[in-house]
Design a protein around this ligand. Structure first.
Ligand code: DAH
Length: 344
C-alpha cells in the first residue's frame, strides 16, 4: 500500500509538470485530489489496513495530500500567469500607432453656394425669408400675374397633388407674395429679402434639368426703387461672387411678374470672356432672371403701385455651382456619389 501511495505521488508530480492550461489542471486535480481522486481514496482506505500499519500510512498519505495540494497551488499560479500573458499578447495594443481618423461629412457643393449667397446678400441688407414648398396655383401663378390660360404656365410643368389647386412650387417667386403680405404691414413697410428654397418641375431628367432643384429669389420693395437700383445691386453681388473685375450685362426678357424683365449675364469667368464651350463662345454666362416688380404683383402683395416700386431676381444655385466648377451634369447633385461629393 505504501509503495502504491509513493507511486501515486511520483506519477502525480510528473503529470503536473506537463499540465499547461487550466482545463488540464482541473482534470489533474479531480484525478488525484478530488472526492474520488486516487490519493483521496487511498487516504480513506486507511481504516481497512491492519492496525499496526494505519498510523504510519495515514501520516504519509496526509503528507502526500498536503504536498500535492501545494504543488497544485504553485502550478495553478504558473498556468494562470502563462494564460494572462498569452491573453495580453493576443490583444496587444501598440499605443504608438496613430489613431484612425474619423471620416467627416462635408457641406454639399450647392449648399456651399447657397451660403455664399446668403453672406453676400446679408451684407447688402437682405434677410432670409423662407416660405412653403407646397403651394397653391393661386400663389404660384395667379398672384404672380400668370392669367389662367397664359402660355407662360407651360414654361414650368407642375407637379399636381390630389388636392385641387395644390401644387409643388415650380419656382420661389410665390414667396414674393408671402413676404410682401407678411412683412409689408398692409403695404406700409419696405421689404428686402432673399427667398431660398427647393422647387419642383415635372420634367424629363437630363444632364441639364432635374425635377427638383433650388432657387434663390430676391425681392426689394420701397418707395423709390428704380431699375438702376436693380442693376447696381446685382452688379455688386456678381462682383463679390465672381470677381471684382467681372462685367455684368442685362438682356431684355419676359416674365409675367416683372415689367420690364431682364436676364443677367456675367462675363465668362472660365475663359476670361475669350470664348469656351461652357459660354458657347459668347464670352457670357447667364446667372439670373430679374426685373421690376409688376404693378399687379405689388398690388397683390398689398402695396399701392403708384407709390411703391420694387425689383426682383431669381437665381439657380445648381447652375451657378456647375459653372464655377465645370460640372457638366446636374444629376451629380442628387446621386450621393462620394467620389463626386468629396471633391468639394
Ligand atoms: N421665377 C423665375 C423662374 O423660375 C425666375 C425669376 C425671374 C425670378 C425673374 C424673379 C425674376 O424674381 O424677377 O424661371
Amino acid at each position: 500500500m505504501l509503495e502504491q501511495l509513493e507511486q501515486q505521488r511520483t506519477d502525480a508530480l510528473a503529470e503536473l509538470e506537463t499540465v499547461d492550461d487550466s482545463d488540464a489542471l482541473h482534470e489533474w486535480y479531480i484525478k488525484y485530489l478530488g472526492k474520488k481522486g486516487a490519493v483521496t481514496l487511498m487516504l480513506r482506505s486507511t481504516g481497512q489496513l491492519p492496525p499496526e500499519e494505519r498510523a504510519n500510512f495515514g501520516k504519509r498519505a496526509n503528507e502526500i495530500k498536503h504536498l500535492l495540494n501545494e504543488a497544485y497551488a504553485q502550478r495553478e499560479q504558473a498556468v494562470r500567469q502563462q494564460e494572462l500573458a498569452a491573453d495580453l499578447e493576443s490583444d496587444a495594443l501598440d499605443v504608438t500607432l496613430p489613431g484612425r481618423p474619423r471620416t467627416l461629412g462635408g457641406i454639399h457643393p450647392v449648399t456651399q453656394t447657397h451660403r455664399e449667397f446668403y453672406t453676400i446678400w446679408a451684407d447688402m441688407g437682405f434677410q432670409v425669408f423662407t416660405s412653403r414648398d407646397v403651394e397653391t396655383d393661386e400663389y404660384n401663378f395667379q398672384l404672380l400675374n400668370f392669367p389662367p390660360d397664359h402660355p407662360a404656365r407651360d414654361m414650368q410643368d407642375s407637379f399636381y397633388t390630389t388636392d385641387d389647386g395644390v401644387i409643388l412650387r415650380t419656382h420661389t417667386s410665390p414667396g414674393q407674395i408671402h413676404a410682401m403680405r407678411q412683412l409689408g404691414e398692409n403695404g406700409t413697410q419696405p421689404v428686402r429679402v432673399i427667398l431660398p428654397g427647393m422647387c419642383y418641375r415635372y420634367e424629363q431628367i437630363t444632364a441639364r434639368s432635374e425635377v427638383q432643384f433650388t432657387q434663390v429669389e430676391g425681392l426689394a420693395v420701397g418707395r423709390k426703387i428704380r431699375m438702376s437700383d436693380l442693376k447696381g445691386t446685382i452688379a455688386a453681388f456678381a462682383k463679390r461672387m465672381f470677381g471684382q473685375n467681372v462685367s455684368v450685362r442685362f438682356r431684355a426678357s419676359y416674365f409675367p411678374f416683372t415689367e420690364p424683365s431682364m436676364e443677367v449675364d456675367v462675363e465668362c469667368f472660365l475663359c476670361d470672356a475669350q470664348g469656351c464651350n461652357v459660354c458657347k463662345y459668347t464670352g457670357w454666362l447667364e446667372i439670373a432672371g430679374s426685373g421690376m416688380v409688376h404693378p399687379t404683383v405689388l398690388r397683390n402683395g398689398g402695396y399701392d403701385p403708384t407709390v411703391w416700386s420694387g425689383f426682383a431676381f431669381g437665381m439657380g444655385p445648381e447652375r451657378i455651382t456647375m459653372l464655377r466648377h465645370g460640372i457638366n451634369d446636374i444629376r451629380y447633385f442628387w446621386s450621393n456619389d462620394l467620389r463626386f461629393l468629396e471633391q468639394f
